[in-house]
Ligand binder design. Structure first.
Ligand code: ZN
Length: 127
């Protein structure tokens, strides 16, 4: 079972991860749009479009890097170790991934958010 504090912190980590993913996708999308040919040249070769593409891609790139740094530093609400990185001294000390859906140290999972939500509904129907 999740405590209210664990739930809040876990939702925040999940929200940040989702935001970082969309910002990275936004960066790639802006780069693809910049490469679309228009009148035989990429859109990015048009000066005003180049400025807009540079501003938009710079925004998405910086925002996603900031989000990723925050994610790597995020602490697990249960074990207080890094959520996406293994504890120092463990056999897999350099194992880090942002694709993990659970804490690499204690196993607290994003799936626990949905199962913990379902649990009170079951107990109410039984009562
Ligand atoms: Zn943990």
């Amino acid at each position: 079972m999740l405590t209210a504090e664990e739930r809040r912190a876990l939702e925040e980590i999940r929200r940040r991860r989702r935001r970082a993913k969309y910002q990275a996708i936004g960066f790639v999308a802006v780069c693809i749009v910049g490469g679309i040919p228009m009148n035989g040249r990429p859109i990015a070769m048009i000066p005003i479009a180049l400025i807009a593409i540079l501003i938009a891609s710079g925004f998405f790139y910086n925002a996603s890097v900031i989000q990723l740094v925050r994610l790597f530093r995020a602490r697990c609400p249960r074990c207080a170790n890094r959520f996406f990185g293994r504890q120092r001294g463990s056999r897999y000390a350099f194992g880090r991934t942002l694709w993990a859906s659970r804490c690499l140290n204690c196993g607290l999972s994003f799936d626990d958010l949905s199962t913990a939500e379902a649990a009170p509904a079951i107990s109410k129907s039984e009562a």
